[in-house]
Design a protein around this ligand. Structure first.
Ligand code: GAR
Length: 205
């Protein structure tokens, strides 16, 4: 099996990127690190990529005439580096149908809620405010909708009575750092089959 090249789109802190990249560097995921592209100039993720001696780029959405032009610049770079899988790790922009078509079923996202509940921004706050007893996180492939694509893995996290949004988000993040690398690993070992809106998983054990 050919080693897959995994590239990242980020906008901020980069803790999910770090969790995945560390496993690739350690050889726990048999894949090659591609590039990291940030939509914000001072994303902490850019520093982390530097620390990993990884090629990283800030591509300023504001410097393009349209969203499509911005995405074209990203696609050109991702192709130049032979990207097989794009991981959106806290990438706070919605990808247009143009980008999704270029990399259909090859863009993986994490969302901090049990989809299809609480899509969009501030998912942890949405769950907290709604008073649900259970929330969590979801990995999924990106399609044309907002957080609607085929679901890969989910982890449930209880909402405790003394939780704050911060404490709940921290417990969800811990699960994100577990299921996101695992989902990337399954992709890199060709264990995921998408049938309609379902993802079938052939276990690694
Ligand atoms: C994560 O909690 C991720 O689930 C969320 O942003 C955070 C990024 O953290 N993503 C979304 O809300 C996407 N709709 P990180 O930069 O430390 O990985």
């Amino acid at each position: 099996m050919k080693q897959k090249v995994v590239s990242f789109l980020v906008s901020g802190r980069g803790s999910n990127f770090k969790a995945i990249a560390e496993k690739i560097i350690a050889g726990e995921i048999n894949a090659e690190l591609g590039i990291l592209i940030s939509s914000t100039k001072d994303a902490k993720a850019l520093d982390i990529a530097n620390g990993f001696k990884m090629e990283s780029f800030f591509i300023d959405p504001a410097s393009f005439a349209s969203r499509k032009d911005h995405e074209k610049a990203m696609v050109n770079l991702l192709k130049k580096y032979n990207t097989d899988l794009i991981v959106t790790a806290g990438y706070m922009r919605v990808l247009t149908p143009f980008f999704v078509k270029e990399y259909r079923n090859k863009i993986m996202n994490i969302h901090p809620a049990l989809l299809p509940s609480f899509p969009g921004t501030n998912a942890q706050k949405q769950a907290f405010d709604k008073g649900v007893k259970m929330t969590g996180c979801t990995t999924h492939f990106i399609d044309e909708g907002t957080d609607t694509g085929p679901i890969i893995m989910q982890a449930a996290v209880p909402v405790l009575e003394n939780d704050t949004i911060e404490s709940l988000s921290a417990r969800i993040l811990k699960e994100e750092h577990r299921i996101f690398p695992e989902s990337v690993k399954l992709f890199c070992y060709d264990r995921l089959t998408i049938i309609g809106n379902k993802v079938l998983i052939k276990s690694l054990q």
